[in-house]
Ligand binder design. Structure first.
Ligand SMILES: Cc1cc2nc3c(=O)[nH]c(=O)nc-3n(C[C@H](O)[C@H](O)[C@H](O)COP(=O)(O)O)c2cc1C
Length: 144
């Protein structure tokens, strides 16, 4: 089992609510990911994407190659790749959050979202294990 996390900046003309917006991404993801036994979570806020992909190494890498070429985002930066024996989201083909309401607190308790974005834009090192634990916060919040 393989996990990959990346950060990216939405393209200037990306409209999250438009025809090719978030709903369209999630529709594609839900179909393609189920077929390839890929799970994970997508976060989108203020033109920044943070995504966890997990599954077989070949499948994750193949999807990531497609995602990297997608014109809806740019400045894609891989934050973490690792082998693991356990998925964070075994049953979600692609969970989603826009970090509205108290969900932003889940992130901020681990590492402030604004800090992540600032470090990302500045090309600074981002602590990948902390980013992974953001997704774990969502998982356990879900289970609670
Ligand atoms: C931020 C973002 C996340 C995406 N996540 C996924 C995903 O998890 N799974 C997926 O199949 N496509 C995802 N896509 C869509 C792919 O980039 C691509 O459009 C899709 O795989 C269809 O590619 P194809 O037309 O070459 O088959 C994502 C796109 C963006 C912009």
């Amino acid at each position: 089992m393989y996990q990959l996390i990346y950060l990216s900046h939405a393209s200037d003309d990306f409209d999250p609510y438009g025809d090719k917006g978030i709903q369209s991404i999630l529709q594609t993801a839900s179909m393609t990911n189920s077929m390839n036994d890929i799970t994970g979570m997508l976060i989108y806020r203020n033109h920044i994407f943070l995504q966890l992909l997990e599954g077989g190494e070949a499948e994750v890498k193949a999807i990531y190659e497609k995602i990297k070429k997608d014109p809806r985002h740019k400045d894609i930066k891989t934050i973490l790749t690792q082998d693991t024996d356990k998925r964070v989201f075994p049953t979600w083909s692609m969970a989603y959050s826009d970090l509205e309401g108290r969900e932003i607190d889940l992130v901020n308790e681990v590492m402030p979202w604004d800090q992540i974005v600032t470090d990302f834009k500045a090309g600074k090192h981002i602590e990948n294990k902390k980013i992974l634990s953001i997704f774990l916060r969502f998982k356990y919040n879900q289970a609670a």
